[in-house]
Design a protein around this ligand. Sequence first.
Ligand code: SF4
Length: 273
Amino acid sequence: MAHHAALSPSRAKDFRQCPLMFRLRVIDALPEPPSLEALRGTLVHSVLEHLFDLPREERTNAAAQELLEPRWHDHVAKHPADAALFADEAEFEEWFASARPLLATYFQLENPQNLQPRARERFVNATLPSGLHIRGIVDRIDVSPSGAIRVIDYKTGKSPTPRFQESALFQMRFYAAALFLVEGTLPLRTQLLYLKDGRTLTYDPVAADVDSIAMELDSIWSAIEERLDSGAFETKRGPLCSWCAFQRYCPEFGGETPDIDAAGIEKLRTAHA
Ligand code: SF4
């Protein structure tokens, strides 16, 4: 195994969902249509991150709603093209208003006045015993007075059905293992907060998760490497194909797959964390 690449939970998830989709997204870096849903997720995450800049007693739903506008202006200053994604003012207003109930739901799930996060939007970068780098961004890390760590991730979509819960929790097991490797302490609890339907998915990691996640990620990377060597990334048709932006390049849907990008292969093999 070459020990240079870095895997994130989303890359690993993409590969497990469909090797061809992973290839087209990560190696060929083909453009995908911008998603207003993803943009709304970015905006809501930004509000929840900055909510904790306020003194505890000011962390209310009203304050969060007021943060929407400045966070949007800040986002547009950094990504001006995103302001042009809306056909007209009415479409923008409707989209902007759709972020409000998500923030209101957040306050039904927890009271931020009782929390003092140790970290927000924390970049975690760890190395597995095999040498494989793993990395990702954790939305929030709380630490109790006794030192117990809790990892929180906000999701602006609906909570998964039981069939997809394992895949959702993979991300949290991944972060728990990464934090253990970096800090030597296993988080006591990980939670996914789903702001669309107000549900929380909780997973309490166990020590064995570190080894099992390491084995899982090493095995995913080996499978990716095999395909990098052969250049053959197969399709894996499933229910999520309906949301795949690459159907026109996919033989399952009558599309023609372009040649793989050699520079993209090299970049993936040598992408240091
Ligand atoms: S449409 Fe489905 S099978 Fe084809 S690349 Fe996308 S996820 Fe894979």
